[in-house]
Design a binder for this molecule. Sequence first.
Ligand code: HEM
Length: 88
Amino acid sequence: MNEEIFKEPNKFDPSRFDRPIPPYNFVPFGGGRRVCPGYEFTKLETLIYMHHVVCNYKWCVVDPDESFICTPAPTPVMGLPIKLQSVK
Ligand code: HEM
């Protein structure tokens, strides 16, 4: 939550991880003796979840004409909302 390391820390912005993070500033599972024992399990669980969302749902952009701004990377103005539709 340190603004100097993560600008706008409350904003959902996965692109913040595109930039290098100084060492010891991102430790979501803790470390040392009390490191989260669910670390590997939860990574696997997340991959399984993503597998099902990708394989079992059709993804449609809400507004196919949504424009992009360059920041400098092309970024969808509305955040590219999508609709998920079950394919089963
Ligand atoms: C995205 C998922 C998860 C995150 C971000 C997370 C994060 C953390 C963090 C930051 C700690 C404290 C580590 C420390 O004190 O250094 C912790 C502890 C712990 N986590 Fe997780 N965790 C996750 C999932 C899980 C799962 C799935 C389990 C069990 C199946 C689990 C079980 C535990 C337990 C038992 C501790 C206490 C360890 C201790 O104090 O010795 N966690 N977790």
